[in-house]
Design a protein. Structure first.
Length: 155
């Protein structure tokens, strides 16, 4: 009995690990697909693609912007954001996925770095799996302007 139990237990553990890895792999692929839909929808002014990756009803974006010489927290509903993205962006932008954390196969956060000629943007994206599909439900962002060519470097 002992000889049988050890290989059986090992096989059972390996099967459980394979199932967990398989589920995590599918979840990570779903998260990455939602982030790609957001990025390419943003880049190409494609509202349909944005809608595939983002929860347009109920989701929102927050970031700090300068207004009247002061930093203020802005909040934009995702539906409004999607409505503003109706044309392709003029500057090429590169995206770098820096971190992904998936919790219980239902929630995830992503750190995404967008690099353009004039600025870098860091997005923190919160996603939920709703009816089997990963959707960005919240986005926090910050912008890092790049010095203009010929301008003195910031100290």
């Amino acid at each position: 009995m002992r000889r049988f139990a050890l290989p059986f237990l090992a096989a059972l553990l390996l099967a459980g690990a394979a199932r967990a890895e398989s589920r995590f792999g599918a979840d990570e692929a779903g998260v990455r697909a939602a982030v790609e839909d957001y990025f390419w929808g943003r880049q190409n002014g494609d509202r349909d693609r944005l809608a595939r990756g983002m929860m347009l009803e109920g989701g929102d974006l927050k970031g700090v912007a300068e207004k009247d010489g002061k930093e203020v927290l802005t909040q934009t509903p995702m539906a409004d954001y999607a409505g503003l993205n109706t044309r392709p962006r003029g500057l090429p932008t590169e995206a770098r996925l820096q971190a992904v954390d998936i919790v219980d196969g239902r929630m995830a956060w992503v750190k995404l770095r967008l690099e353009a000629a004039d600025r870098d943007i860091t997005d923190y994206l919160l996603l939920y799996k709703i009816d089997g599909a990963w959707k960005i439900v919240n986005k926090m962002w910050t912008t890092h302007p790049k010095p203009r060519e010929g301008a003195p470097a910031a100290r």
